[in-house]
Design a protein around this ligand. Structure first.
Ligand code: NAD
Length: 385
C-alpha cells in the first residue's frame, strides 16, 4: 500500500483542546488515514502506552468520528489499566457501512492495516463492525492483531462470549450491592450481537430471564422470557430480532422503557442520555457497550438509586481475553483471568463508591488513573512507548 495513506492530520494538542483533556495521560498520537481510490477513511488514536503497547478494537460504522475514536481510546487506557494488563489504550475506526460486500470490506481492512504497519505501539482487536476474520486479515498483513480465528492460534472471543462472560461476573458481584438475586431477574438487552447475546446466555444460565432485546432494526418483548438460543439462531439467519415469532415486536427506541431488573446496553455509545434516562425502569445497568451512558445520565441514574456498572470495568472481558491470547495463554486461563479480574475490580469500585458516596464511574476512573500514573512513573518517557 502507498505510504501516502499514512497521513497525520490532527495533532495531539488539537485533540486535547478540542475535547478538554489536559490530564497528561494522552493522547499519544492521532493518525488519519485516507485512500480515496478505495474509499478508505479511517482514524487511529493511541492514547497511552505507559504499561505497554496499546490494545483496542477496530470499529467500522458509517457514522464514527474522530471524537468517538478518541473517547474510545481513552476508555481503553482506563480499561486496560484497571484490568492490570501490560498494555496501554488505543482505538481505530473506519468510516464505512460494515454490511458492505465482503471483498470490499477485506480491501478496506487490509489497506488500513498496511497504512498503520509502522505504528508498533498499537495492536488491533475486533469491535463493532469487525470480527475474527478481519483480525485474520490484519495479522496476514502486519502480524499485529488479537481476537484471531482459532485456525491461526486465536481465542475467538466473540464466538466464545468473553465480554458477556465478564459482564455476567460483573452483574453477579454487583448483586450484593443492590440486594438482588439472579434467579428470576428480568433482563433487557439493547444490541443482540456478540456482547448482548452472550451476556443474556450466561445470565440465563444463572436463572435470569431475557424479557426484551433489540438490534439496529427493532426490538422484541416477551415478559415470560425469550428463548435466548432460538433468538440467536434466528438472528444468525440475517433477520432482525423484531421478526422473531417468540414475542411481540417493539419499537427499537422503546426498549429503554421496558421495566426490568437489569438493563444491558450492548450496542452504541450515548444511548442513555439526559433526554431518556427517566424512562429507564431498572435496578442495575450493566454497561456492555463502550460509553453507552452520558455523564449527565450517569448522575441521574445515581440520584434515582439505579446502580450503573461502568463500561471499562464491566466489559473488560474481551480485552482481557485478547491480551491473554497475545501472551499465548490458553482459553481456560483467559476465561479464569476474566472472572478473577472483573470480580475483584467491580467489588473494589463499588466498595469505594459506597464509602465515598461518589458515582461508581468516578470511583472507577480514580482507581484506573492511579494505575496508569503508577505505570507512567516506571517510564523514562511518560507517554511514549
Ligand atoms: P456486534 O456488532 O456483534 O453487535 C452489535 C449489535 O447492536 C447488533 O445486533 C446491532 O444490530 C445492534 N445495534 C446497533 N445499533 C443499535 C441501536 N441503535 N439499537 C439497538 N441495537 C443496535 O457488536 P458487539 O461486539 O456485540 O459490541 C457491542 C458493543 O459492545 C459496542 O459498543 C462495542 O464497542 C462494545 N464492546 C464489545 C466488546 C467485544 O468483545 N465484542 C468488548 C467490549 C465492548
Amino acid at each position: 500500500m502507498d505510504a501516502s495513506m499514512y497521513k497525520p492530520e490532527t495533532s495531539a494538542a488539537d485533540i486535547k483542546s478540542l475535547f478538554g483533556f489536559g490530564d497528561g495521560l494522552g493522547p499519544n498520537k492521532v493518525i488519519h488515514v485516507h485512500e480515496d481510490s478505495i474509499g478508505l477513511d479511517g482514524v487511529l488514536v493511541v492514547d497511552n502506552v505507559a504499561a505497554g503497547p496499546s490494545i483496542g478494537g477496530l470499529r467500522m460504522a458509517p457514522d464514527v468520528t474522530t471524537e468517538e475514536c478518541y473517547r474510545l481510546a481513552r476508555a481503553m487506557t482506563l480499561k486496560n489499566a484497571a484490568a492490570g494488563l501490560p498494555h496501554g489504550g488505543g482505538k481505530s475506526v473506519i468510516k464505512a457501512d460494515p454490511r458492505m460486500p465482503a471483498t470490499k470490506k477485506e480491501t478496506l481492512v487490509r489497506a488500513f492495516a498496511c497504512a498503520l504497519r509502522g505504528v508498533e505501539d498499537y495492536i488491533f482487536g475486533p469491535d463493532m463492525g469487525t470480527n475474527e476474520l478481519c483480525m485474520g486479515w490484519v495479522r496476514d498483513e502486519i502480524g499485529r492483531s488479537v481476537g484471531l480465528p482459532r485456525a491461526v492460534g486465536g481465542i475467538p472471543l466473540d464466538d466464545l462470549g468473553a465480554t458477556g462472560w465478564g459482564l455476567h461476573h460483573a452483574v453477579k458481584t454487583a448483586l450484593d450491592f443492590v440486594d438482588m438475586k439472579l434467579d428470576g431477574a428480568r433482563v433487557v438487552v439493547q444490541g443482540f450481537g456478540a456482547v448482548g447475546y452472550h451476556a443474556a446466555r450466561f445470565l440465563k444460565g444463572d436463572g435470569a430471564k431475557l424479557i426484551a432485546a433489540s438490534d439496529s432494526q427493532g426490538g422484541i418483548r416477551n415478559d415470560e422470557g425469550l428463548d435466548v438460543a432460538a433468538l440467536h439462531a434466528f438472528k444468525q439467519t440475517g433477520k432482525s430480532v423484531a421478526e422473531f415469532d417468540g414475542g411481540t415486536p417493539l419499537d427499537r427506541d422503546d426498549l429503554i422503557a421496558v421495566p426490568c431488573d437489569i438493563w444491558v446496553p450492548a450496542a452504541r455509545p450515548d444511548v442513555i442520555t439526559a433526554d431518556n434516562v427517566d424512562r429507564l425502569e431498572a435496578r442495575l445497568v450493566a454497561q456492555g457497550a463502550n460509553i453507552p451512558v452520558t455523564l449527565e445520565a450517569e448522575r441521574r441514574l445515581h440520584e434515582r438509586n439505579i446502580l450503573s456498572l461502568p463500561d471499562f470495568i464491566a466489559n473488560a472481558g474481551g480485552v482481557i481475553c485478547a491480551a491473554m491470547e497475545w501472551h499465548e495463554a490458553s482459553e481456560s486461563a483467559a476465561f479464569q483471568a476474566i472472572e478473577d479480574k472483573i470480580t475483584l475490580n467491580v467489588r473494589e469500585v463499588l466498595e469505594r463508591a459506597t464509602t465515598s458516596g461518589e458515582l461508581p464511574r468516578d470511583a472507577a476512573v480514580t482507581m484506573a488513573q492511579d494505575r496508569v500514573r503508577a505505570a507512567m512513573n516506571t517510564r523514562r518517557w511518560r507517554t511514549f512507548y
